[in-house]
Design a protein around this ligand. Structure first.
Ligand code: BGC
Length: 763
């Protein structure tokens, strides 16, 4: 049996069982924004395992497999690739291969130290003759140089002298579990050995991404023999290092790895560069490389940490979320983005969803310097032409961003999502507003964002329709964020956000006319924009139909929602849940049960436009009908619950998100982690309990403390300031740690935060 130990900074596994191997492999995942690894073992493991080594931005277009082809479907689903296995070290002790699925061992211990981002492991291997060996491993993916990884592997002989063989290797002969046609996605390019280093270069089929992994070893022991090893037609290269160890002696192998792709270097040079980098890393040495890696993580934690007093499980949970988000996206490359599973599994193909703008954006805006969030915006700007093509493909004008994408092309092929879950456009435009409000940097908005605003508005004009009989604009045949209703008419969230999209476009155009006349003039020219078209945007906004029920005082999720049998989740039996595993799709669609925040998602985005009463009535109506079968759901509900003063309800909802993967709440951690919903967990603290908003152009905070906690603290990046917020039982304390003085609102009080001064307020 293995179990997870609570600790504020570490994910600790004690004991090992093969049944739980995938679960712990997911939890022990780590990354540095450029590459990521599941917690696979370095030495052989013949038991059940999901091998996962991922190189950011390297994908394969797996040909679509679908029962009934519909016009507009994408040709392929992009897949993040299980790439060259570079952690491998075969270990043979007295002729016996160390393989935890086959050999005897005790005292298995593994920890993912999130503070320093290092994975450590130890166990005692017991040979067939009963002799014991203590094995210790340690590895990290450098945050300081994201092309590098380093591994230390040591064997200490506890019982007697022994013969030990290490075969550090690279293996390019790897496959994805998720492959539509069982194909291998990689083909061999070249491989080779130098004195103490080797490389393998592989190329993806169809997309032609070239990736070279190289390693160089340090093995400061007397070698009985050493020889290069090549296997699998060159796809496997390594060194066989034979040595002897005395009783109580230790052999330590260091493996320095460089992974280089032609996304950053010329394909003809990557083999050479990877070899050089690995060799230089070996010269630099483990400790020095580790020091600069740790310094980077210190910076990340300094800005982005959340502390929770009096609840170690909650503390571990939130740090795990923050840690994994930073492993997934480091923000230095606008061609990269955040897949729902990050570098922790194959599900969702590693592609970009609306999750990035609707959830992750807040996290990166608040915990990192603005250029990181700006790169996320740039990603969508780079894809604008593809979004226009996508709209054209569906017979529309303007731009429709894809639901799922790697390079701007749509990858999703279920009609109800591909063609109908079009609200995604609005999360993308809303992120432009968010970035601008948080940073007061208008450059992206007025130079690039404006094109996205206009093109998405054009899409909405062509997709919505004016109904002259009722004198309203309607949007028919959509799927809202609640994917448990398809092809509905007038989903309130979609209609409301589209109205917002029009209004914001008009507002920014008129702001630009005043403030940036030259940029305005060139945008008008570039976009072929006429006053008449702006009038049309205004007309569509003014006439937008927003379904509501005045008797119940709620917005209607869609036109037909109240015709359904209105039950609540408490009417269901435990065997019904989760619905998506127990009910037919047709039954789900006809039911009133809601997968994830829908009306409430709109009340969250357009938070300052609605009163507490409105939020309360909609929360009370929709929350009891929500099954939260998307990991993105509880956080939004938690934020609204906190806002309307239901702190304990907010806390219960928070608990569903905070340790979702650690406690395997949805029984699917084996597949990988829910990376994008981790941003939602972060939001439930900062925006939920912390009450952070931007109100009247100022930072607003209204912190509350859940009963279970003695206190919590976080820092916020806001308009060039770093503000520390500390909340305890009856006091809030605010410190401006970096930047110029700033006016903020704490509840309804106006405060000027000045550098170095601590402002304390009693509840
Ligand atoms: C959710 C979507 C989300 C996707 C990826 C789905 O289950 O319903 O809103 O974008 O997962 O996280």
């Amino acid at each position: 049996m293995s179990f997870l130990v609570s600790d504020p900074w570490k994910i600790i596994q004690k004991g090992f069982s093969s049944e739980e191997n995938r679960f712990f492999e997911s939890l022990m995942s780590s990354g540095n924004g450029r590459m990521g690894l599941r917690g696979n073992h370095e030495e052989d493991y013949s038991g059940d395992s999901l091998k996962g080594t991922y190189v950011a931005g390297v994908y394969y277009p797996d040909k679509t497999r679908v029962g009934w082809w519909k016009i507009g479907y994408p040709e392929y689903f992009a897949k993040v690739l299980n790439a060259i296995d570079f952690i491998g070290i075969r270990v043979i002790i007295n002729g016996e291969v160390v393989d935890l699925a086959k050999c005897n061992f005790t005292d298995y211990y593994r920890e993912l130290d999130m503070k320093e981002s290092v994975l450590r492991r130890s166990f005692v291997f017991i040979g067939k003759d009963g002799s014991e060996f203590e094995i210790k491993t340690e590895r990290f993916l450098s945050y300081a140089d994201p092309d590098l990884a380093a591994i230390k592997y040591s064997v200490k002989s506890l019982s007697k002298d022994a013969e030990v063989t290490f075969i550090p290797f690279l293996n390019g002969d790897v496959r994805n579990e998720d492959a539509n046609y069982d194909e291998k996605f990689w083909e061999y390019v070249s491989s080779g050995h130098e004195k103490k280093s080797a490389y393998v270069c592989m190329k993806t089929r169809k997309t032609d991404f070239n990736v070279s992994a190289a390693f160089c070893y340090n093995f400061p022991a007397i070698l009985n023999s050493s020889e290069p090893v090549t296997d699998r037609n060159g796809e496997f290269v390594g060194f066989r290092l034979n040595s002897s160890v005395k009783k109580n002696g230790t052999l330590t192998l260091e493996k320095y790895v460089a992974v280089i792709s032609d996304r950053y270097y010329n394909a003809s040079e990557i083999a050479k560069i990877s070899l050089e980098k690995a060799e230089n890393a070996a010269l630099t040495g483990y400790d020095t490389l580790f020091d600069s890696h740790r310094d980077k993580w210190n910076e990340i934690w300094h800005m982005g940490d959340i502390t929770i007093e009096g609840d170690v499980l909650a503390q571990q949970g939130i740090r795990f979320n923050i840690y994994q988000l930073n492993c997934t996206y480091s923000g230095d490359d606008p061609e990269l983005n955040i897949g729902p599973k990050g570098f922790t599994g194959e599900k969702y193909g590693g592609s970009t969803y609306w999750d990035t703008e609707a959830y992750c954006m807040y996290f990166y805006l608040e915990t990192r310097k603005p250029d990181i969030a700006k790169n996320l915006l740039q990603y969508r700007y780079n894809h604008l032409e593809k979004a226009k093509e996508n709209a054209r493909k569906l017979g529309m004008k303007g731009a429709l961003y894809p639901m799922v994408t790697m390079n701007g092309e749509e990858c999703h092929n279920e009609w109800e999502i591909t063609f109908e879950e079009i609200h995604r456009n609005c999360a993308i435009t809303y992120a432009i507003k968010n970035y601008t409000d948080y940073t007061q940097d208008e450059s992206y908005l007025v130079e690039k964002g404006i094109d996205i605003l206009v093109e998405t508005s054009r899409f909405w004009v062509s997709r919505a329709q004016y109904n002259p009989r009722k004198d309203v604009v309607m949007i028919l045949g959509v799927t809202g964020p609640n994917e448990y209703e398809n092809n509905v008419n007038n989903n309130w969230y979609t209609n409301r956000m589209v109205k917002w999209n029009f209004d914001y476009t008009i507002e920014i155009l008129s702001m630009m006319k005043e403030k940036y006349p030259d940029l305005h003039a060139s945008a008008v020219k570039r976009l072929n924009l006429t006053d008449e078209e702006i009038e049309t945007f205004k007309f569509y906004s003014d006439k937008m139909y927003l379904p509501e029920d005045s008797e119940l005082g709620i917005f209607l999720q869609q036109d037909g929602y109240l015709d359904k049998e209105l039950l609540t989740v408490s009417d269901l039996s435990p065997e019904d849940l989760p619905l998506n595993k127990n009910w037919s799709w047709d039954r789900i669609l006809r039911s009133c049960f809601i997968k994830q925040a829908d009306v409430l998602q709109g009340l969250w985005f357009l938070n300052d436009q609605y009163s507490l009463d409105v939020k309360e009535r909609n929360f009370d109506f929709y929350e009891p009908k929500t099954v939260h079968e998307s990991s993105l759901s509880p956080c939004v509900h938690s934020i609204i619950a906190a806002e309307i003063g239901r702190i304990e309800k907010a806390y219960q909802l928070y608990l569903r998100t905070a340790r979702l993967d650690l406690d395997n709440y949805n029984k699917d951690t084996d597949d990988g982690l829910h990376i994008t919903s981790m941003a939602g967990t972060y939001m439930s603290i900062v925006h939920g309990f912390g009450g952070m908003r931007i109100k009247e152009g100022r930072l607003y905070l209204s912190p509350r403390l859940p009963e279970a906690w003695a206190g919590y603290s976080f820092r916020l990046m806001f308009r060039g300031r770093l503000i520390k917020v500390i909340v305890s039982k009856n006091e809030v304390s605010l410190i401006l740690e970096e930047g110029e003085p700033v006016d903020i609102l704490l509840f309804d009080r106006e405060i000027v935060l000045k550098p170095g001064e601590e402002h304390k307020f009693k509840f």
